[in-house]
Write a protein that binds this ligand. Structure first.
Ligand code: PHE
Ligand code: NA
Length: 467
């Protein structure tokens, strides 16, 4: 491993970094996953487990990843190798970075496709199609559901439209990445993140006025400890990693650009808080609409692309607010896509001596090709295997399970072991500047709580121990 290279860019301010990292964190996970798994796993009871995972595992691991990036000042694999070397260990720890970038690519391969669907839906909604379908169906709920189902099915089996939308997303990502860190990434997140927040707030208010807020709040929060199982604990743990974009190379590469003097601890806490707030807001925006229309809550693509369009179609000004909603989703997915592709782009610049533009184009092409596989697996015969409301498994479920329930927690475990046990404490203290009490809390989480908790959850799962 050649550890003689490094990245030179820096975020222009602490705020720019928080916006960018929050942009990376906030994504489809907040919108279609969190509110649902929360409702399914015991509401308020699950939230407590989830918050514990964020607090004692998510934030410390995020700090550890940011530390690796910042200390190594390189792309993920190199940064991990450098940090290992500095403490006298083998450069094979670079695997921590490599596995992250791999997980990131797997996620991005479906992320751009789904962002492309959302883009298509911006046009469907803007075109008045949601209300037109409701009108055409009259009072026949099944006819309406069939029409919306046909709209989604039609999109999924139309390779031209899908490739067009996905290509637009990839091109937009490349355009931002090509312009570089300050002119590209920073400009994009500075515009998009406040916009995302405002759009979400608008939908939330609309939904509180027009929807069934009480039932939504009850579904999401009413604590039911009987629904908490070891599976839900894994769900909470896996989601804590997924939602904070951990173990995907992102925090390492964004950390590599962190200016000196910015607190890794404080920014990480802010990012986690913002991500959690957006997830709660998303639930409070979506479920009142779902329940007001007597529909079933569900997770994944079906919620956004089938359930909600039916609901929007029946509601006053539903086309307008539907458009706002899908624009918001495009923004959320886009700011994560940028982050995911940044480490590949930076790698090509750092290691292959490429310029930013060619590097952005090459990595964009790479993900574009992968996305074709993802598009294909969502269409045609595969589509019949996709039971979004049932138990059938599809490509997307498999990638989702592999990344968020296996790769991410396992990589998180090794990150905690590496930074907690292998990196010399005084080196860590140079980068993570805290009062000694606070540092010790962080250190205990990283050395003991995170590894032990992750190990217990996995051991439970494979049945080695029974609690
Ligand atoms: N954090 C993103 C979300 O919640 C998902 C993601 C994971 C994005 C890893 C990038 C990398 O949707
Ligand atoms: Na998230």
């Amino acid at each position: 491993m050649n550890t003689n290279t490094s990245v030179t860019g820096r975020w222009s301010s602490r705020f720019a970094y928080i916006l960018a990292a929050t942009g990376a964190a906030v994504g489809l996970g907040n919108i279609w996953k969190f509110p649902y798994i929360m409702g399914e796993n015991g509401g308020g009871a699950f939230v407590i487990v989830y918050l514990l995972c964020i607090l004692f595992i998510g934030i410390p691991v995020m700090m550890a990843e940011t530390f690796i990036g910042k200390r190594g000042r390189s792309t993920p694999a190199n940064a991990a190798a450098k940090v290992a070397q500095e403490s006298g260990h083998t450069t094979h720890w670079s695997l921590l970075g490599t596995s992250g970038v791999l997980a990131g690519f797997l996620i991005l391969s479906f992320y751009v496709v789904i962002a492309g669907w959302a883009l298509a839906y911006v046009f469907f909604a803007g075109d008045g199609q949601f209300s037109a379908m409701a009108l055409a169906a009259g009072d026949t709920g099944t006819a309406h559901a069939d029409a919306v189902g046909a709209l989604f099915g039609g999109l999924l089996s139309d390779p031209f439209k899908l490739i067009l939308c996905t290509t637009l997303m990839v091109v937009a990502t490349v355009l931002v990445l090509g312009k570089g860190l300050n002119k590209g990434l920073e400009t994009a997140v500075t515009a998009l993140m406040p916009a995302l927040f405002i759009l979400l707030a608008i939908v939330m208010v609309y939904s509180a006025i027009e929807g069934n807020f009480g039932e939504a709040a009850a579904f999401m929060f009413a604590p039911d400890f009987s629904k908490l199982t070891i599976q839900s604990v894994l769900e909470a743990l896996g989601h804590a990693f997924f939602t904070l974009s951990l173990s995907s190379g992102i925090m390492m590469i964004y950390g590599a650009y962190l200016p000196e003097g910015v607190s890794i601890a404080r920014t990480s806490i802010w990012i986690a808080i913002c991500d959690t707030i957006v997830a709660l807001m998303a639930g409070l925006a979506i479920y009142p609409i779902v329940f007001a229309n007597g529909m079933e809550p569900n997770a994944g693509p079906g919620l956004l692309f089938q359930t909600l369009p039916i609901a929007f179609g029946k509601m006053p000004m539903g086309d307008l607010f539907g458009t706002v909603f899908f624009v918001m989703i495009v923004f959320a997915a886009f700011t994560s896509a940028i982050a995911l592709l940044e480490s590949a782009t930076a790698y090509l610049v750092e290691r292959k001596g490429m310029n930013r533009w060619p590097a952005a184009i090459v990595s964009g092409l790479g993900i574009w090709v992968l996305s074709l596989g993802s598009i294909y697996s969502f269409t045609g015969a595969e589509w019949t295997k996709m039971s979004l409301f049932g138990h059938g498994e599809n490509f997307f479920d498999v990638i989702d399970y592999l990344t968020s329930k296996i790769m991410m927690p396992v990589a998180g475990l090794f990150t905690a072991i590496f930074v907690g046990w292998k990196v010399k404490r005084h080196i860590l203290e140079q980068e993570i500047v805290l009062s000694s009490v606070a540092f010790n809390i962080f250190y205990i989480c990283l050395k003991f709580i995170a590894p032990v908790a992750i190990t217990i959850v996995f051991a439970q799962l494979i049945g080695i121990i029974t609690l």
